[in-house]
Write a protein that binds this ligand. Structure first.
Ligand code: DSN
Length: 404
């Protein structure tokens, strides 16, 4: 390996070991996932699907992909799964491509309310190709406004309703969405990228009985390699597979597909269920302690692995808190809050997630300590030496809970 890159990988390894990661979409892949991702399977071209490839020499990668399919179906109790999408965005693109035409109407959650770029934002392919109608959270409860979704569905008669979020802390009512979709003859597409691990462990209800399509990434709560997957009803299987390859991708990343299979195996263990339970316990514990300290939580609570803090009563922006905490080694992201009066480069909020710290072994005691470190940093934002003092405490904590 080039000395330069090797040095940077070591530096990144140390950065990860010595900082507290509260980015809700990140995690630490276990060694068996890293091993599969770094394997010789990276060398193999295998365009097509098992048994129907456009290259010779695919007998072993066929077994790899078939195994990933079997384990993925077992994990999510789905009728069909495609394990080839390179990412969550590629997965979502393929879903739209499989059954929709440019210009078709889709209902999607507004990004500023917690949705995702690929759910219809105007700068994204989704918003450019399709006629997205955004739905929102209720300004009062800051929870999904299912009544609004129903009204919009009646009014616009969409071909599809897409739901799922990247910054939403409450349980999503898939049955209600299904009923709305059914009444309006719309397809239902649920993006579970954030909550896939919780669903796999039966901690969040599964959309599988209701949705036509379910997409996910594999590297967030699911703790696998970076990548995407799509589950669907059997009726849509053929169109979906065509939309992935040749519709939108070429050769699959066989090393990543192998790592997805390893991650599915990991997720089928009792330890994984306990891990997900602790993820949610840690999230609820942090959320309650922030409330005790006078912080305002968007929607008032959390049911899952993350929550958002509305910082307006603390007179500091999300971006300022992100930068302030980074100096001490606490890593999180600034995040818009619903109907945020500030631009996305500033934001009035932060997003806090517990999947990564839980993987390294933090339990209630440690996450409570983290809440107080954050609160102290915010209270002492004008003291330029404070960040360095805090950094010592952060590193002490990290050294007691090694990642690898
Ligand atoms: N970028 C991811 C997140 O942070 O939630 C969504 O894809």
């Amino acid at each position: 390996m080039s000395d330069f890159i090797s040095k940077l990988i070591k530096e990144e390894f140390l950065r990860q070991e010595l900082t507290i990661n509260l980015i809700a979409s990140e995690n630490y892949a276990p060694q068996n996932v890293l091993d599969a991702t770094g394997s010789v399977l990276t060398n193999k071209y295998a365009e097509g699907y098992p048994g129907k490839r456009y290259y010779g020499g695919c007998e072993i990668v066929d077994k790899v992909e078939n195994y990933a399919i079997t384990q993925g179906k077992k994990l999510f109790s789905c009728e069909h799964i495609n394990v080839q999408p390179h990412s969550g965005s590629s997965a979502n693109f393929a879903v739209y491509l499989s059954v929709l035409k440019p210009g078709d109407t889709i209902l999607g959650m507004d990004l500023s309310c917690g949705g995702h770029l690929t759910h219809g934002h105007k700068v994204n392919f989704s918003g450019k190709i399709f006629n997205f109608i955004p739905y929102h959270v209720s300004p009062e409860t800051e929870q999904l406004d299912y009544d609004e979704i129903e009204i919009l569905a009646n009014q616009h008669q969409p071909k599809m309703i897409v739901a799922g979020a990247s910054a939403y802390s409450r349980t999503i009512d898939f049955k209600r969405l299904y009923d709305i979709a059914q009444k309006n003859h719309a397809l239902l597409f649920i993006d579970i990228a954030h909550i896939a691990g919780l669903i796999a462990a039966d901690i969040h209800p599964s959309p599988m009985p209701y949705a036509d399509f379910v997409s996910s990434t594999t590297h967030k709560t699911l703790r696998g390699p970076r990548g995407g997957i799509i589950m669907s009803k059997l009726d849509h299987a053929q169109k979906l597979d065509k939309a992935v390859m040749p519709g939108s991708q070429g050769g699959p990343l066989m090393h990543v597909i192998a790592a997805k299979a390893v991650a599915f195996d990991n997720a089928l263990t009792p330890e994984f269920k306990s891990y997900q339970e602790q993820v949610v316990k840690n999230s609820k514990t942090m959320c309650q302690e922030f409330k005790n300290l006078g912080y305002k939580i968007v929607s008032g609570d959390t049911d899952n692995h993350l929550f958002l803090i509305d910082l307006r009563n603390k007179n500091i922006s999300g971006k300022e808190v992100e930068k302030l905490l980074e100096q001490s080694g606490i890593i999180l992201n600034s995040n818009s809050i619903p109907f945020d009066p500030t631009p996305p480069t500033v934001t009035s909020g932060i997003r806090i997630g517990t999947p990564a710290v839980t993987t390294r072994g933090f339990k209630e005691k440690e996450v409570l300590q983290v809440v107080h470190l954050i609160d102290e940093a915010i209270k002492n934002k004008l003291d330029t030496n404070f960040a360095q003092k805090l950094k010592v405490e952060v590193q002490d904590l990290c050294k007691r809970f090694k990642i690898y």
